[in-house]
Design a binder for this molecule. Structure first.
Ligand code: CFM
Length: 472
C-alpha cells in the first residue's frame, strides 16, 4: 500500500492520492502521487498564485526592468523583497516594484487610463530604465483591461522603451507553476529574436532556470568563464531584458530548473533548433556530471576535467569535514518541487544525509518520477501538503533539520526543530562545489546549535507547589 491516508486526512480522504511512501521492491511507476491539480477543498496548503509564478520567480529577477503590477497594491507587496536574487547592477530589481494601485472606482470604470499614466510616470521617475514588464492580476483580468493596447500606445509614443506583457492572473492555474509556463511561452513568442548578441566565443549557450539565489549565478559563471563558454542569456539570474531577447543565438540551452523554465528550452529547440541539455547544479557529483555534459557538447572535455579536478581539490576536504559530522543525519525537503530531485541524492552521496520526507508545492508528475526514482525507500513523498500533514509526518520521521520556506519554517521552529531556508537559502550560494560546502555548513550549524534546545527550556523559577494548588 504505497499511497497513505494520514490520520489527519480522514476527513478529506482524497488526500490519500497525494501522499506516497516508497517501499522496497515496488514498481514506483504504478504509484505516482497526484500532482499539479487543484488543491482539495478542506485543505489549506501553502501554494502561491499563478501571477506570483510569473512575477516573483522569473520576471522580477531581471536587473534592468521595471515591474509594473496592474492591480491592487497587495499583489505588488506580496511579490517584492521576499526572494534574494542580487544583481551586479545596483540591485534595482530588489529595491523597486511598481503598482497601478487599483481602487474601487478603477475597477468599476476600468483601469486602462490608470495603467497608461502609471507606465509614463514610472519611466519618467526612472529615466535610466527603458524596459518594463506589465502584469495583469485577478481584478484587472476580470474587468478585461486591455493591457496590450495600452502598452502598444506607449511603445509607439516612446520608441526607446520596450515593454513585455504577462497576462497571468492569480487564478489562471492551480499554482505558481502556471505563471512559469505563461511567462516562458509569452517571452519566446513576443521577445526572443529581437536583439542580436555580440558573439565573443566559439562556444555559446543559454543557461536556463537559474535565478541567482544569493549569488548562485555568479558562482557558476566563474566556471563558464574558465571554460571559455559565452553565456548569451541567463534565464533570468542577473540578466538584462535584452540578454533574454537574444536567446535564439545560443548553440545549446543548458537547463537547471526544468520545472520553471523547461518550456522555453523546448520552444527554442522547436523554433530555432537549439538543443536542450539538462543538468543538476547542486552537489559535487552532480555538478561534475553537469560540467562534463556541457564540455562534451562543445568537445572541450579536457578543460572540463581540469576545472573539476581543481574545484574538487579546493573544496572536497571542507565537504568531507562536514560529511564526517553529518553522516546519518535526517533531513526533510519541503520546497516547490525541483529541489527535491536536485537535492535528495546529492546530499545522500556527498554528505551521507538521509532525506526522510519530501513535499512539493507545485511539482508535476514528471517531477515526482524523478523525485521518487532518486529518493530512498521509507521516505514520504507529498504533493501540496497542508500543515496538519506536516506535523503528522514530523512525528513519523523525526528529521534533524527541514529545508523549507519561512511559512512552514516558522511553524517548525516552534517545535524546536531547526529549519534552513530551502528557497532563498540561509548563507548561500548553494550551487556548485563551493556552494554545496555552504549548504553543508548551514546544515551543520543548524543541527549543532544549542539555541533551539535552550529556547525550549523554561528558565523561570518553578512556582512552589502549594501556590499552584491554591490558584486552581
Ligand atoms: Fe525552479 Fe526555483 Fe524550484 Fe521554482 Fe520556487 Fe525557488 Fe523552489 Mo522557492 S524556480 S521550481 S517556483 S528551483 S521560488 S528558485 S526555491 S519553490 S524548488
Amino acid at each position: 500500500m504505497p499511497l497513505v491516508l494520514l490520520d489527519c486526512d480522514k476527513v478529506i480522504p482524497e488526500r490519500e492520492k497525494h501522499v506516497y511512501l516508497k517501499v522496497d521492491g515496488e514498481d514506483t511507476r504504478d504509484y505516482l502521487p497526484l500532482a499539479n491539480v487543484a488543491t482539495i477543498p478542506g485543505t489549506l496548503s501553502e501554494r502561491g498564485c499563478s501571477f506570483c509564478g510569473a512575477k516573483l520567480v522569473i520576471g522580477g529577477v531581471l536587473k534592468d526592468t521595471i515591474q509594473m503590477i496592474h492591480g491592487p497594491i497587495g499583489c505588488a507587496y506580496n511579490t517584492w523583497h521576499t526572494k534574494r536574487y542580487p544583481s551586479d547592477g545596483d540591485n534595482f530589481q530588489l529595491k523597486y516594484v511598481m503598482s497601478t494601485d487599483m481602487k474601487e472606482s478603477n475597477i468599476v470604470f476600468g483601469g486602462d487610463k490608470r495603467l497608461y499614466a502609471s507606465i509614463i510616470e514610472a519611466f519618467d521617475e526612472m529615466p535610466h530604465i527603458k524596459r518594463m514588464i506589465v502584469y495583469t492580476t485577478c481584478p484587472t483580468a476580470l474587468i478585461g483591461d486591455d493591457i496590450k493596447a495600452v502598452v502598444k500606445k506607449v511603445m509607439a509614443e516612446r520608441p526607446d522603451v520596450d515593454i513585455f506583457t504577462v497576462e497571468c492572473p492569480g487564478f489562471a492555474g492551480v499554482s505558481q507553476s502556471k505563471g512559469h509556463h505563461v511567462l516562458n511561452i509569452g517571452w519566446v513568442n513576443d521577445k526572443v529574436g529581437q536583439v542580436e548578441p555580440k558573439i565573443t566565443s566559439k562556444y555559446t549557450m543559454n543557461f536556463i532556470g537559474d535565478y541567482n539565489i544569493q549569488g548562485d549565478t555568479y558562482l557558476l559563471q566563474k566556471y563558464w568563464d574558465r571554460l571559455g563558454i559565452q553565456v548569451i542569456a541567463h534565464f533570468t539570474g542577473n540578466a538584462t531584458y535584452d540578454d533574454c531577447r537574444s536567446m535564439h543565438r545560443a548553440q545549446v540551452s543548458v537547463v537547471n530548473c526544468a520545472r520553471s523554465a523547461g518550456y522555453i528550452a523546448n520552444e527554442l529547440m522547436k523554433r530555432y533548433g537549439i538543443p536542450r541539455l539538462d543538468i543538476d547544479s547542486w552537489g559535487f557529483n552532480y555538478m561534475a556530471e553537469g560540467i562534463r555534459k556541457v564540455c562534451t557538447f562543445f568537445g572541450i572535455e579536457k578543460k572540463g576535467e581540469e576545472l573539476i579536478a581543481e574545484e574538487t581539490a579546493k573544496w572536497k576536504p571542507k565537504l568531507d569535514w562536514y560529511k564526517e559530522r553529518l553522516r546519518g543525519k535526517k533531513m526533510a525537503i519541503w520546497t516547490g518541487g525541483p529541489r527535491l530531485w536536485h537535492w535528495t541524492k546529492s546530499v545522500e552521496d556527498d554528505l551521507g544525509i538521509e532525506v526522510v520526507a519530501m513535499s512539493s508545492k507545485f511539482g508535476h508528475q514528471e517531477d515526482f518520477e524523478k523525485i521518487i526514482a532518486r529518493g530512498r525507500s521509507g521516505t514520504y513523498y507529498l504533493d501540496d501538503a497542508n500543515e496538519l500533514e506536516f506535523f503528522e509526518i514530523l512525528e513519523k520521521v523525526k528529521p534533524d533539520v527541514i529545508f523549507t520556506g519561512p511559512r512552514v519554517g516558522d511553524l517548525v521552529k516552534k517545535l524546536h526543530i531547526p529549519y534552513i531556508n530551502g528557497h532563498g537559502y540561509h548563507n548561500g550560494p548553494y550551487m556548485g562545489f563551493e556552494g554545496f560546502v555552504n549548504l553543508a555548513r548551514d546544515f551543520y550549524n543548524a543541527t549543532s546549535n544549542p539555541l533551539l534546545k535552550l529556547a525550549a527550556t523554561d528558565i523561570r523559577e518553578p512556582e512552589p507547589k502549594e501556590k499552584l494548588e491554591a490558584a486552581e
